[in-house]
Each structure stands twice: as C-alpha cells, then as structure tokens.
Design a protein around this ligand. Sequence first.
Ligand code: SAM
Length: 327
Amino acid sequence: RHDPQGGAHFVEDESTKIFARKVADHYSARSNQTLEEREASPIIHLKKLNNWIKSVLIQLYARRGDAVLDLACGKGGDLIKWDKAKIGYYVGIDIAEGSIKDCRTRYNGDADHHQRRKKFTFPARLICGDCYEVRLDKVLADDAPFDICSCQFALHYSWSTEARARQALANVSALLRPGGIFIGTMPDANVIIKKLREAEGLTFGNRVYWVRFDEEFSDKKFKSSSPFGIKYTFHLEDAVDCPEWIVPFHVFKSLAEENDFELVFAKNSHEFVHEYMKKPEFVELMRRLGALGDGNQDQSTLSADEWEAAYLYMSFVLRKRGQPDKT
Ligand code: SAM
C-alpha cells in the first residue's frame, strides 16, 4: 500500500477512516472543564505531571524566535508553554474540530477560564485536519521550514497503518529545517506489552486507567503480526476513551532514520522524572505546577495509580540531519 516515492499515494481502507473519525469525535466531544472541575479530576496530578514533562521538553529545546509546528495540538494546552519560550510563530493542527475551536478561543484570549491573561505575543495559524493521512508540505508551504515540531500524546494515532505512520514522519521531516528538532510523548510500547503479558486476560489497569487488547492478540506474542495496526482500547479516567495503536520502538526508530532523523533520546516518563528532577530549575517548575504536591501521600499529591499510569508513556527527541543555514 505504501509508495516509497510518492508518500501519500495509498488507499485508506474504510476501517482506518472510521477509527480516525472515532478518535476525532472522542476528542471533539470533550468540552472545556472549569478550573474547579479540573482540580477535582481523579487524575489532576497526572495531568500536572504530563504538563511538567511537556514544559521540560519545550524549555530544553525551544529557542527564542523559533517557528513551531504543534501536530495534534488539541485545545492548545501548550500555548502558554510556547509563549514562555518566546517563540516567534506557531502553527497548530488537530483533527478534532471542537478542539481547534477551543484552541482558537484560548489563543484569542476570550473566555479562558484557566488563566485570564494577556494575548500571546506570537502570531499563530490553527488548522483542522488529519496530520497523518495527507502530505502537509503543500498545505504549509508558506509556513515552513519550522525550527521545532512537537507531537504530544498523539503520534500513536498514526500507527493504525504503515502508510499513516510513514506519512506522519515524512510530514515532520519535510517541514523541519536541517538540524530542526522533533519532540514528543507517546505510549511506551515496551511497558504496555510487558503489562499485557503479566495480565491474566487481555485487560489490565488500575483505578485511573485500563487497557484492553482485541481477541486477535490473545497469544500476546505479536510474532506474526505487522508492527502496525496493533490496536487496543485505552481508558483514562476523566480524559481518554478511544482506540489506540502500539508503536514498537525499534520500528519507530528505523522509520525515523529513514526520514533523516537521528535519535537524541527516548525515555520512559519515570526515568524522565528521575533525571530532570535532579535539576533545580525543573524541581521549582514541578513545585509551581503542583504535580507532586508537598510529597506527602495524601490527596495533595500524585497517587500510586496515577504514577503507574505515567509509566505507560515515554518522551522522545529526534534531530533532523543536516546543518542549519548560517544567515
Ligand atoms: N497535544 C495535545 C496536548 O498534549 O494537550 C492534545 C493531546 S490529546 C491526548 C490527543 C490529540 O490528538 C487530540 O486532540 C486528537 O484530536 C489529536 N489527533 C488524533 N488523531 C489525529 C490526527 N490523525 N491528526 C491530527 N490530530 C489528531
């Protein structure tokens, strides 16, 4: 199905489209929460921890004046993080119309209940579209090249077929300048498969999340299956309930290399926290965000169940080969 020359000349089968729509409808239907609702969420500390991880990635790799491409930007939850990094331009794309609408509202500073704030200093373009189905280089010809691309908690939605996974990486590669950076956070396939194998049936989880694999994977070996299209259902209390796909890391790495990327690092969220909590500036950021509360095992801090859910994710940093133009 994949045409290595042309990239986007493939036929999407009906079920792929239906699943992409299911994902889009799921996110579109999630309305904005009030600050009170957000604070009462059973995964509030996990959300804060994930915001800390994204902030650390942005602070480590964004430079003043950067042109940023935010793939699957959602409701624009990272706009403030990019603003703090003093970026010069922002393009956000998401498949969910409702989320792009909320993102636009947040960018325009209207009715933002999370933080009433001044307008953002950078110009932005917000687009509703499927980042994994079509070539984006034509759509974004006037905006490229970008210095940095971010895809947070969303790249795994491209892994439903080989064509989509390839299109996702080809799009990022085509839009980044030489030496440009691609940062992201996605489910850690090694952890998910390990937990599946340890589980009695095809489901595992705790009070805040569950993962359920389809019957077709009941041997839990995945030896004969393609590394694409390994579907499971993911439920995260108060956040996610939709089909997702395993991203086997070695396949991700080799597709990235085929697309002119080199791996800077990949770290499970637990390892990420341990590593960057050694740096005082990120400890202070964690304190400000309140993800780990005051360290006591009460409701003011991350619960053991949330910490286990955090273990399901990993972050990666890729660098596009080549030297940036010296101008
Ligand atoms: N990146 C945002 C963040 O970190 O707050 C949103 C993350 S949310 C868990 C996943 C997002 O991926 C949703 O907004 C969803 O609509 C988007 N998404 C899923 N499939 C997509 C696709 N094919 N193209 C663009 N966006 C997609």
